[in-house]
Ligand binder design. Sequence first.
Ligand SMILES: Cc1cc2nc3c(=O)[nH]c(=O)nc-3n(C[C@H](O)[C@H](O)[C@H](O)COP(=O)(O)OP(=O)(O)OC[C@H]3O[C@@H](n4cnc5c(N)ncnc54)[C@H](O)[C@@H]3O)c2cc1C
Length: 325
Amino acid sequence: MVVIYAATNKKISCGTCIPVAGGNMEFTTEKLRGELKYMESMANHTSWHAGGRAEFFYKVADLDDLCSLLSCLPEDIPVLWLGLGSNLLVRDGGLKGMVIAIAGVLDELELTATGQLHAGAGVSCPKVARFSANAGFSGAEFLAGIPGTMGGALVMNAGAFGSETWDLVTSVEMLDRNGKRCERGKEDFVIGYRHVELNDNEWFINCKLNLVRGGVDECENRIRTLLAQRAATQPIGQFSCGSVFRNPPNDYAARLIEFCGLKGKRIGDACISEKHANFIINQGSATATDIENLILYARDTVRQRCDVELIPEVRIIGERIDGHA
Ligand SMILES: Cc1cc2nc3c(=O)[nH]c(=O)nc-3n(C[C@H](O)[C@H](O)[C@H](O)COP(=O)(O)OP(=O)(O)OC[C@H]3O[C@@H](n4cnc5c(N)ncnc54)[C@H](O)[C@@H]3O)c2cc1C
């Protein structure tokens, strides 16, 4: 049974039509067990704590529920999968269609005696790092400081301290728009720096990682060291999405932004961190527009002063307040 919370917080029962972008969306299946919200603020679901509303927001109950949802979702409804929202800026005009939230749901975690780790796409990266370390397997320690899900880490090829997610991957399982599952090997993907090419309308539901034996103490010490290194150099605990820009070849985005004198530069409540120039902090009430304008300001300044084109690592999606994407 689906419960829909309208903007008024009124509960609408399953089977009710809701107007969607000029048409209607109707859930007729009795199989759905997740939670559907209407006009949900994405500020509640992104690490910047800013951004517009999602027309529909569905928190899945489990994998079967997710497959049922996809099999009954009208084809013309755009879909966005959401992990922990730690690499997303949703513009203030919001998102049309449906956000599908999987964090903490597709959360299976199993390790074989030979170091094959099976992780659901909704498990958090720090959990994968600690689980592996506690079992005496090494390789995933760098994930400890990345505050996203494994699904998000696969999409972004998240990495830190010289390691990247896809260094560990042997295979993944995907789900398509019709709710059909298929397994793919690492060789099926074009993988780059903070980038993996994906087919449209296919998403990660789990992955297999190859870890190597290492002492429990050594793995845990490594996690402690890496987290301490982060705390010393990054504004941990403040609202951000980590590094805003990819590092350009043979250089660092933070060095270029700092060189341009932009540390501390503010637009509204969005501010370039004094501690790490590639982090933009929401100091309380920044809008997505403030944050995006500051991203553009930093990009343009670096282009003019250093002749380097910085490319955002963060994904900027949704519509501007004026209605344009
Ligand atoms: C304090 C801080 C530190 C950070 N440090 C690092 C770092 O060291 N290294 C690094 O690489 N990143 C870092 N990040 C960025 C971020 O944590 C990573 O990019 C992370 O992998 C994003 O995961 P997520 O679950 O939050 O993804 P989301 O932000 O929820 O989504 C990101 C994109 O992936 C898509 N997506 C999510 N899940 C799936 C799925 N299962 N299948 C298909 N598509 C999916 C979304 O649609 C979206 O396009 C940091 C962020 C913060 C806030």
